[in-house]
Each structure stands twice: as structure tokens, then as C-alpha cells.
Ligand binder design. Structure first.
Ligand code: GUN
Length: 281
């Protein structure tokens, strides 16, 4: 039976490390502040933003909440970002996505000072990751690397297959696995023989966005399986992109949903905020 990778426990470990680093910075007179901007009140976004605020509170990061109405203009949002960019006491700026349709997300992301881009979405951050320079890394893929490393799963030389090519997960995930010396394949909706590709994976990262799509036919015996998806099944129970009950018996390690990748995203966001503050010394 597979080892269950406990994302909740590993995230708690990282949050405690952040808490200690925040305390050390405070002793040096440096506070850590994250500005969180939400436009409108999409219920899922409100839950994510609430969890981010709770995480900040736990580690000792000040969070500045900017809750703007749905009809906020793009110019108004860009002005706020400009103001937060200039504030020396703000170390991180996070704009919760998705934004309302009348606002251009790319323009908004580009307006954030890359030194405060704790989400790692700015083209300068993505470019830096691509060419091996320092910069903030998107939190979910960065969290997955921590799950693997802290579970003692070696990446170097391994066949790593990523399903999904989004800017937030799939692409940065592939770059990070490459940075760790994995042999990386990125698959997506137009991949001709998905099972043939995933069947070669020693480490399979699943970010397809389809509930329980990945069954044991996609998985090599003894593989490590990381599930990025989160959905509700027909019985309103949380589930991932991986059919956990079917896959767990054939793999060597697997992340559960909930309690796998999910908690790592916030832990890495907090870690990025602490790093940003530390860089101001
Ligand atoms: N919406 C869904 N996930 C994320 C995330 O990680 N960061 C931001 N800013 N918005 C999101």
C-alpha cells in the first residue's frame, strides 16, 4: 500500500518555520506585511482569501485586506497596486484571481513590482524561473517540490510527467522539476496517447481539472502520484483529479484530497512573504 504524503503536516512544519523567521525579523525591527486584494465577492475566492488571512495571523504576518466592489475599474485597481508598490512597509501583493471580466488580468499582474510578486505570476518571475535566476515561484508547484523533498522522494534522474500546462501550475511545475534534474514530460488535452506517457512516470503530477479522471491504467506500479485537483463528487465529498481508491494500491506514494497539495499553497505563499521581507535587509 502506498505511503500517504501528509500535506497538512508538511504545511504545518513550513508555517512553523515561517513563524520563527518572522519572530527573528521582528527582533531586528522588520515587520512582514502582505496586501491581499479581492475584487467582487466570488464565494470560492472569499474562502481562499479568508484562509490566507488566517495563515498570516498564525505566522505573525500583517495582512492588509483590500476588498473592492465588483464594478471597480481597472485603472482604480492599477492605482492601488501602484500605491502598494511604493509603500516600503508592504512586502507582498496578492491579487486574488479570477478578476471580473472587465479587468485585464495580464495587465494587473504586470503592474505588481516583481520584488513583491509573492504569487510568482509576473512575467519577470516566470522568466527568472525559466533561466535559473532567483525570483518568486508560483506557490502550488513550489509546494509540490517541498512535498517530494520533505518526503524523501528523489527527483534527480526520475521520469517526471506533468498533466496540465497552465501558467499557474503545469508550466512552472515542469520548470521546477527540471531545475531538480528530473526528466520532464508535459502532457495536455491534445496529447495523443496520454496513458503511454503517464505510464512511464516515476513521479506523476496531475493537474487536469477533471474529477477522478486518473485511474490505475494511467499509473506505473510504484510511481509517486501528486494530485492537484479539488472537486466535489456526486455525494458532495471532496475528491481530486485522481481516483484515489483505485490508484493508491498500485503506487508507492500518493497525496490525498483534501490534505495533500491544498495546504501547501498557503504555506508557500507565507514563505514567499517572509523571503520578500528578508530581502529588504
Ligand atoms: N486563484 C486561485 N488560485 C490562486 C492563487 O494561487 N493566487 C491567486 N492570486 N489567485 C488564485
Amino acid at each position: 500500500m502506498a505511503k500517504i504524503i501528509d500535506g497538512k503536516a508538511i504545511a504545518a512544519q513550513i508555517k512553523d518555520e515561517c513563524r520563527a523567521k518572522v519572530a527573528t525579523l521582528k527582533e531586528k525591527g522588520i515587520g512582514v506585511t502582505l496586501a491581499v486584494i479581492q475584487v467582487g465577492n466570488d464565494p470560492a475566492s472569499s474562502v481562499y482569501v479568508g484562509n490566507k488571512k488566517k495563515g498570516c495571523e498564525y505566522v505573525g504576518i500583517n495582512s492588509l485586506a483590500h476588498e473592492l466592489p465588483e464594478d471597480t475599474t481597472e485603472d482604480k485597481l492599477l492605482d492601488l497596486i501602484g500605491e502598494l508598490n511604493r509603500r516600503a512597509d508592504v512586502n507582498g501583493i496578492l491579487v486574488q484571481l479570477p478578476l471580473p471580466g472587465h479587468i485585464n488580468e495580464d495587465r494587473v499582474i504586470c503592474a505588481i513590482d516583481p520584488r513583491k510578486d509573492v504569487d510568482g505570476f509576473h512575467p519577470a518571475s516566470v522568466g527568472a524561473l525559466c533561466i535559473g535566476q532567483p525570483g518568486f515561484v508560483s506557490c502550488t508547484p513550489a509546494g509540490i517540490i517541498q512535498l517530494l523533498v520533505r518526503s524523501g522522494i528523489e527527483i534527480a534522474g526520475k521520469e517526471c510527467v506533468v498533466i496540465g500546462r497552465s501558467n499557474i501550475v503545469g508550466k512552472p511545475m515542469a520548470l521546477l522539476l527540471l531545475r531538480e534534474n528530473g526528466t520532464v514530460t508535459v502532457t495536455h488535452s491534445r496529447t495523443k496517447d496520454l496513458k503511454a506517457a503517464t505510464g512511464r512516470a516515476d513521479i506523476l503530477i496531475v493537474a487536469v481539472g477533471k474529477p477522478k479522471m486518473i485511474t490505475r491504467e494511467y499509473v506505473k506500479e510504484g510511481a509517486t502520484v501528486i494530485d492537484v485537483g479539488i472537486h466535489r463528487d456526486a455525494n458532495n465529498k471532496l475528491c481530486g483529479d485522481v481516483d484515489y481508491d483505485d490508484v493508491a494500491p498500485v503506487c508507492s506514494a500518493i497525496t490525498p484530497v483534501p490534505g495533500g497539495v491544498g495546504p501547501m499553497t498557503i504555506a508557500m505563499l507565507l514563505n514567499n512573504c517572509v523571503e520578500s521581507a528578508a530581502q529588504t535587509i
